[in-house]
Ligand binder design. Structure first.
Ligand SMILES: [Zn+2]
Length: 355
């Protein structure tokens, strides 16, 4: 037995791919030319992932416009001016809003997974966006003849289809990105918004069998864009007890950049259920300094003091570039950090007598 280790998902895109995204949007690059550049980036990403010794890889989200908005790529019933997410450094990201019925996904994440699986024999995990994040698309003013409840029913069906297609395309696991969980406590300190998000995501999870749920996880983090976060100041003590009520089998929890990881580990230990595995963050993608394998080992050993080994895994705190145009971290640093995580997991395994 080894301690399982997985990335979150995104890897910074090479400059030529970011340029291609811009040119495609401006209408000056054909779909065929874009695909050529995107496939080269994907090949390079997978080759470099394989070189890190990672037991599980991703496609680096090379062709996702962002972790949250990929299902919308190609929809024609959206309008600008949706929910704005403010980051600590002052920059913002804004969602569109739904302008007319019905809501459906234009893109399913299994398309990225299928492309990646053609290029590697390693297990590939796939990240999908939570239904709760996309629930923010429904405008406060409502949509004529399309109630919020009708929208949520369509949304749940699409989120289920998104996960189901990843499972049937051979995903090693499917990770639901739930970054708005921690943010929701900033918007609504009463916790009612968080509980409604968890309830909505459980409506999605209720469509899967216990076997499938073991392969479905949830990622929580304080956001990570342009080296800044949106909710790192929100106390985990308010979030984690509610988070672990999600009926998922795996949890990917940002921890390396927490001020007091020991306190967080105690909260996780109190709330982790017997059928759940927690992947603790041992790499901080926002800090440009590359962790040593020994630092990673020590972070895992600390977690092992609090959590049952059979339920413990290691991951990165977040993706390295959840938005495609984020160039705050280089590909070289991202892969050096992933290498350190894999090496640190081996060291921890030796120390724990696992290998
Ligand atoms: Zn994240």
């Amino acid at each position: 037995m080894q301690i399982p280790t997985e990335p979150i998902g995104s890897v910074p895109r090479p400059p030529e791919l970011i340029q291609a995204f811009n040119d495609r949007q401006a209408g000056v690059l054909s779909a065929a030319q874009f695909d050529l550049i995107a496939t080269a980036a994907l090949r390079d990403t997978i080759r470099r992932f394989e070189e890190t010794g990672s037991p599980v890889i991703t496609d680096g989200e090379q062709t996702k416009p962002s972790f949250a908005t990929y299902p919308l790529a190609g929809l024609t019933n959206l309008a600008p001016g949706g929910v704005t997410i403010p980051f600590e450094d002052g920059h913002t990201r804004q969602l569109p809003c739904l302008a007319s019925a019905p809501f459906h996904y234009a893109t399913y994440a299994s398309q990225y997974l299928a492309a990646a699986r053609q290029l590697t024999t390693l297990p590939v995990k796939q990240a999908v966006i939570s239904a709760s994040a996309l629930s923010l698309l429904y405008p406060a003013s409502g949509i004529p003849n399309y109630s919020r409840e009708a929208f949520l029913s369509d949304l749940v069906a699409e989120a289920v289809a998104d996960i189901r297609s990843c499972l049937s395309t051979g995903a090693d696991s499917v990770q639901i990105d739930f970054t708005e969980a921690r943010l929701s406590l900033k918007l609504d300190p009463s916790g009612a918004l968080l509980k409604s998000f968890v309830a909505l995501n459980n409506r999605v999870l209720d469509h899967f069998t216990p076997d499938q749920l073991r392969r479905i996880g949830v990622h929580t983090c304080p956001g990570g864009d342009r080296d800044s976060t949106h909710s790192a100041d929100v106390d985990y003590a308010a979030l984690l007890p509610v988070l672990f009520q999600l009926r998922a089998g795996r949890f990917y929890v940002q921890l390396a950049s927490e001020k007091d990881p020991l306190r967080v580990l105690k909260i996780i230990a109190e709330n982790l259920q017997p059928h759940q595995t927690v992947f603790v963050g041992v790499i901080d993608p926002i800090n440009p300094e590359v962790e040593t394998a020994e630092t990673v080992r020590d972070r895992i050993l600390l977690a092992a003091d609090f959590l049952p080994l059979a339920q413990l895994g290691a991951t990165d705190d977040c993706g390295f570039a959840p938005f495609a145009d984020d160039t705050s971290t280089s590909r070289d640093i991202a892969f050096a950090k992933i290498r350190a995580r894999v090496a640190g997991v081996h060291l921890a395994g030796q120390q724990l007598g696992l290998s």
